[in-house]
Ligand binder design. Structure first.
Ligand SMILES: Nc1nc2c(c(=O)[nH]1)N[C@H]1C(S)=C(S)[C@@H](COP(=O)(O)O)O[C@H]1N2
Ligand SMILES: [Mo]
Length: 306
């Protein structure tokens, strides 16, 4: 594991909280003084070769048509109900088979990280899709800083549970917390990112603020939002939709136009905002990321490991 040049994960030592707060206050002050635009937190980022050159969806589609059952099951509900969510302070518990377990402040997780723009296709298992210009960084960077122990084989993720602010959690819609997981090689793949923003700005709450997973070659439900826990384990973890209905939602859930959902075809998809005729288009193997990820599944029968 390349740990050279990577700061130790006791980041509080590297960036004392007071310094970080001062920097944020400075940025906020500068924005307030600026006549050029609104006081939104713009993120600094670099471009990435992993971006698609497809046209991103309008920000209104990305912020207005969501799946986030913690805030209701309707596509328009999260954009309204998620605004209640407190995302600062935020900490992420990192535990299990790691060298440096702990409860890490989001600021510590982000300190020293280079954010990248990753324009990715997002394909929901419900057969709609979008193109989203995420801002984030490789999950592998974080895992390398934490130190993954050789016994670890999977990574498990959990979303916040806070029914006072997450109205959907007052009902047994799903078995909360929302849980997801990846095999370690999938988690370490350079396409797999933790995203903290989109369209150059901080993540909208309905899109999974302040930090979410994005795995572009898998159905959207694998890209878990508002993460509070990351655990390294040697067991395939329980995942929300798989527990809900294992026949319909496999652990892998790679986008695959040749393996249909038991109740609908996965051969094509509706591109949101795709115009008058519904924007119907063919679904691509691994959502168009086949050249990058097919090797991860060499020798696996994808009709069994769906
Ligand atoms: N915690 C949590 N994460 C979640 C979901 C959810 O309901 N809860 N929905 C998933 C589904 S089905 C999809 S398609 C994507 C949608 O992400 P978006 O709303 O940012 O487009 O988030 C995924 N992550
Ligand atoms: Mo989805």
């Amino acid at each position: 594991m390349p740990t050279k040049f990577i700061p130790d994960l006791n980041w509080s030592d590297v960036t004392p909280k007071a310094v970080f707060l001062n920097r944020r206050q400075l940025i906020a002050g500068a924005a307030a003084l600026s006549v050029a635009g609104p006081a939104v937190a713009k993120l600094d980022y670099v471009k990435s070769d992993y971006s698609t050159d497809e046209e991103p969806n309008d920000i209104s589609d990305i912020r207005g048509y969501n799946n986030f059952y913690e805030f209701g099951t309707g596509k328009e509900e999260p954009s309204v109900n998620a605004q209640k969510l407190t995302v600062d302070p935020w900490s992420v518990k990192i535990d299990g088979m790691v060298d440096k377990p702990g409860d890490y402040d989001l600021a510590d997780i982000l300190s020293g990280v280079t954010l990248e723009e990753r324009i990715y296709r997002l394909r929901c298992v419900e057969a709609w899709s979008m193109v989203v210009p995420w801002i984030g960084f490789p999950l592998a960077d974080l895992l390398n800083r934490i130190g993954v122990q050789p016994s670890a084989k999977f990574v498990a993720f959990e979303t916040l549970v806070r029914p006072e602010e997450m109205i959907g959690q007052r009902y047994p819609i799903l078995d909360w917390p929302y849980r997801e997981g990846l095999r370690l090689d999938e988690a370490m793949h350079p396409l797999t990112i933790l995203a903290t923003g989109l369209y150059g700005e901080e993540m909208p709450k309905q899109n999974g603020a302040p930090i979410r997973l994005v795995v572009p070659w898998k159905y959207g439900f694998k890209s878990i939002k508002s993460i509070v826990r990351i655990s390294l384990t040697d067991q395939m973890p329980e995942t929300t939709w798989n527990m809900q209905n294992p026949r319909e939602y496999g652990f892998y859930s790679n986008v695959n136009p040749t393996v249909d959902h038991p109740r609908w075809s996965q051969a094509s998809e509706r591109r949101i905002g795709g115009g008058l005729f519904g924007g119907r288009q063919d679904t691509l193997m691994f959502n168009g990321y086949e050249e990058h990820v097919a090797g991860l599944y060499a020798g696996q029968d994808l009709t069994k490991d769906y």
